[in-house]
Design a protein around this ligand. Structure first.
Ligand SMILES: [Zn+2]
Length: 260
């Protein structure tokens, strides 16, 4: 039997045929630094907002069709509804939740964490291809990024990948290193010894370009020289850097890499 629908209205299936390639293009573009750095910053958020509106429309349409089929044909067809629910959750509800969190000021003044260690959702709330290697600490564009602990700078360059402008600091006595990504400017040089709280650069959107409102520093904690030996930096973070405080010297104590 032909699919019954209101004349002039797009069916849920037609909308998904339009949305699916758009989603693939946005994901491919957003995860390719060369493309992400060249399109205007509002391009992907605008396309995502238009896609979200279409997905909501498609979801409502699928529900209407579901009820209509049950009345007219007397049986249930779940496929379209299930596809629409999945699209609604991953491409509308989760990003919307992240957006609300991003624009809501944190009560205690501490920086917001957009994405935690091992998360499968990115800063903007969309699914990731692999678990997150560090934490994304929210910050204003151009704000100072501070060294999380004493150490020696071993990398300070444009990585030309999703990390963008990167700084790596080795904290030798402890066999740990901290990695910072997405700077707009680097303020240290390779071989330089830095003190905890010293300015090492500025918050930016280099590499995997953050959407407006989601600017952040990607902070990663590695053990020794093995880039795959990573751990969650959060349990080691003791708070915002305060130069009036004395931090324990016998262990590595991370502070937030952005002022707060
Ligand atoms: Zn990150």
């Amino acid at each position: 039997m032909r699919e019954s629908r209101t004349p002039g209205c797009l069916s849920a299936r037609q909308i998904l045929w339009f949305v699916s390639p758009t989603v693939v293009l946005v994901f491919a573009g957003a995860s390719t630094p060369w493309i992400a750095q060249r399109v205007p910053r509002f391009t992907f958020p605008t396309v995502a907002a238009a896609g979200a509106a279409l997905i909501v429309l498609s979801f409502v349409n699928s529900l209407v069709q579901f009820v209509r089929r049950r009345r007219v044909e007397g049986h249930l067809r779940f496929f379209s509804v299930v596809v629409n629910v999945v699209a609604l959750v991953f491409l509308v509800l989760l990003p919307l939740t992240h957006l609300v969190c991003a624009v809501t000021p944190s009560g205690d003044g501490t920086p917001r964490i957009h994405t935690g260690f091992g998360d499968w959702l990115g800063s903007e709330g969309y699914p990731r291809m692999s678990p997150h290697r560090g934490v994304d600490v929210a910050g204003r564009m151009g704000a100072d990024v501070l060294a999380a602990a004493d150490g020696r700078v071993t990398v300070a360059r444009d990585n030309r990948d999703l990390c963008g402008l990167i700084v790596v600091i080795d904290h030798d006595p402890y066999g740990l290193r901290t990695v910072y990504c997405h700077f707009s400017e680097i303020a240290v040089r390779v071989g330089e010894n830095v003190k905890r709280g010293q300015r090492i650069g500025a918050v930016g959107t280099s590499g995997q370009r953050a959407w407006p409102g989601f600017e952040h520093v990607h902070l990663e904690l590695q053990r020794g020289r093995n880039i795959n030996a990573i751990e969650d930096p959060l349990p080691r973070i003791v708070g915002c850097f305060d130069d009036t405080k004395v931090y324990s010297a016998d262990r590595l104590v991370l502070t937030y890499p952005v002022k707060c």
